[in-house]
Write a protein that binds this ligand. Structure first.
Ligand code: HEC
Ligand code: HEC
Length: 292
């Protein structure tokens, strides 16, 4: 190791280390790097002093500027609430018919309702409220419990077969599993039910099954689905004559509905959404139309 040696090409001193003829230049850290290191360190120290920064045992350093993001958010929320207050208060105070007659309020309902629906309901009923197997299409106007806004609001508030003490309760009997009807009777009543919405086959050999099925229906199903099979809204029993199905209209699915019964569950929202939000949702759902 030779100290003070200069590299002949760059003219710089070397560190004196040498590995198999390769020597190391003693180049200092560039000034620009030192400059930025100093600036960023000073900035960090200044920031710690000015802003909330370091966690302490049960609190944190607050910073001399006293900026609190939590307070800022609370203030922004309060401002937003104040901005909404005029129309939210109107919706809270007015009855459904009066709100529906007010185009300006209904415009607000459309916007706020869509957000509320997407946040809380779309997971089950779909973004366009068109449902899916097991989840009813809310735009179809084929109601289990009634489609007037006050009825929809009640369904949203208490749920269906939910844990709310006022819940709407419904259950389709498991005719096959509970041994009320045998397989032939079920096949016949299924043929009849499907024929009601035009899903029967044209095969004349099917006709007797539909005729027998009609008798099975009259004896077992009308207490809930009514004589004309259009359903009873006080039982939550669906209209079996329209083209909308909750679970599906295929032979297998209708057979399963009758054989094993059905009991859908809709959560209750009374404890999670405010009365005004439920009102907005009821008006929003009522105003939905099936996609063309
Ligand atoms: C966890 C899934 C789920 C969520 C979330 C949900 N629903 Fe439902 N909803 C259902 C099911 C299932 C039914 C049908 C119950 C049945 O078959 O008896 C239903 C039924 C309904 C009905 C009754 C329809 C009729 O024909 O009378 C309305 C109205 C309704 N939901 C609105 C809403 C709204 C509004 C929201 C959001 C606040 C919502 N639902 C969130 C599952 C859900
Ligand atoms: C105790 C009342 C009750 C009786 C009796 C009853 N149903 Fe139902 N039924 C319901 C209810 C309530 C539903 C809706 C269940 C749900 O949405 O979870 C339903 C649903 C159905 C469905 C599914 C409809 C769909 O949209 O997917 C079919 C099919 C059906 N019933 C056929 C029958 C037939 C056939 C009989 C007679 C053999 C019958 N029901 C007797 C209450 C009843």
């Amino acid at each position: 190791m030779e100290l003070g040696k200069r590299d002949p090409i760059t003219g710089r001193e070397t560190t004196g280390h040498e590995w198999n003829g390769i020597e190391e230049l003693d180049t200092p850290v560039p000034r620009v790097v030192l400059f930025f290191l100093t600036v960023t360190t000073l900035f960090a120290i200044g920031y710690w002093i000015a802003m909330p920064a370091w966690p302490l045992w049960s609190t944190y350093t607050k910073g001399i500027l006293g900026i609190d993001q939590r307070e800022i958010v609370a203030k922004q929320v309060a401002e937003a609430r104040q901005g909404r207050a005029p129309w939210v208060d109107k919706i809270a105070a007015m009855d459904f018919a009066a709100i529906q007659a007010d185009p300006d309020l209904m415009g607000r309902v459309q916007i706020a309702g869509r957000t509320l629906f997407e946040d809380n309901c779309a997971a089950c009923h779909g973004v366009k409220a068109s449902g899916g197997p097991g989840f009813p299409n809310l735009s179809a106007k084929s109601w289990l419990w009634g489609g007037e806004p006050d009825k929809i609001a009640e369904t949203i508030r208490v749920g269906i077969n939910s844990t709310n003490e006022d819940t709407r309760i419904s259950q389709m009997t498991a005719f096959g599993r509970d041994g009320v009807l045998d397989a032939t009777q079920i096949s016949n009543v299924v043929a009849y039910v499907r024929s009601l919405s035009g899903l029967g086959s044209d095969d004349p050999a099917e006709a007797p099954a539909v005729a027998v099925g009609k008798e099975v229906f009259a004896a077992n199903c009308v207490s809930c689905h009514d004589e004309d099979a259009k359903g009873k809204q006080d039982m939550g029993a669906p209209d079996l004559t329209d083209k909308y199905w909750i679970y599906g209209g295929s032979l297998d699915t209708v057979f399963t509905s009758v054989y094993s019964g059905r009991q859908g569950h809709m959560p209750h929202w009374g404890s999670r959404l405010s009365d005004v939000d439920i009102k907005i949702l009821a008006l929003y759902v009522d105003a939905l139309r099936p996609p063309q």
